[in-house]
Design a protein. Structure first.
Length: 209
């Protein structure tokens, strides 16, 4: 049974929309990004979230095809890590779209130095944090290095950043600290799909601080 079965109810914009994600951490990151990138409609996105339990697009296909709420006009979006298995997403039924990150993991899009400093500096001496980030992160313009980097391990509770700081980093806090103009084009592309799936023309309203 899939975790996070869609709830009843809904709204005019979000009715019949289902968001499929690999795990609860992905949901937390997307929810934090939505705070800035989809502020008025974020609650519609997260009314119906299905946790797949890993990179399992076939489970999204099965759920979308069989769920009672996916009648005519229903929409779904399945967000997948790229990983390294070489397999692209399957073709979905009408209304179900697949989005695969060009980088390895969703966590790769949290590796924004300025956002990391804003989120993490409270518990670490600033110069030390700068050294850690300089040692661990590829150059911002080196997209190939970012594509290959295992950001899930780097940001994990036992990863090198946690060891250097003496505590695991909060991924949701990093996501919340990332400003609209600091997001990678992939993130903006995903939220464009979300706006289209919800049928809303809401522009981003970045919140500073």
């Amino acid at each position: 049974m899939l975790d996070g079965a869609p709830q009843n109810g809904g709204s005019r914009n979000g009715a019949g929309f289902v968001l499929y994600v690999e795990g609860p951490g992905d949901r937390g990151i997307l929810r934090a990004w939505a705070h800035r990138l989809l502020p008025r409609s974020a609650h519609h996105v997260f009314e119906r979230v299905v946790i797949l339990g890993g990179r399992q697009p076939a489970r999204a296909l099965e759920h979308f095809a069989g769920a009672a709420h996916t009648g005519p006009g229903a929409r779904g979006l399945c967000v997948l890590d790229r990983d390294d298995d070489g397999a692209g997403p399957p073709s979905g039924p009408e209304g179900l779209e697949f989005f695969t990150w060009s980088r390895r993991h969703i966590e790769s899009y949290l590796l924004v130095p300025a956002a990391l400093r804003r989120a993490l500096r409270g518990g670490a001496e600033e110069a030390r944090l700068d050294r850690v980030l300089r040692d661990l992160l590829p150059a911002p313009a080196d997209e190939e290095a970012h594509r290959k980097l295992d950001a899930k391990r780097l940001l994990g509770p036992r990863g090198p950043l946690a060891r250097a700081l003496g505590r695991p980093p909060s991924l949701a806090r990093i996501a919340q600290a990332t400003r609209e103009d600091e997001h990678h084009p992939d993130v903006h592309a995903l939220f464009g799909l979300l706006r289209g799936a919800l049928g809303c023309a809401e522009p981003a309203h970045p919140q500073r601080g």
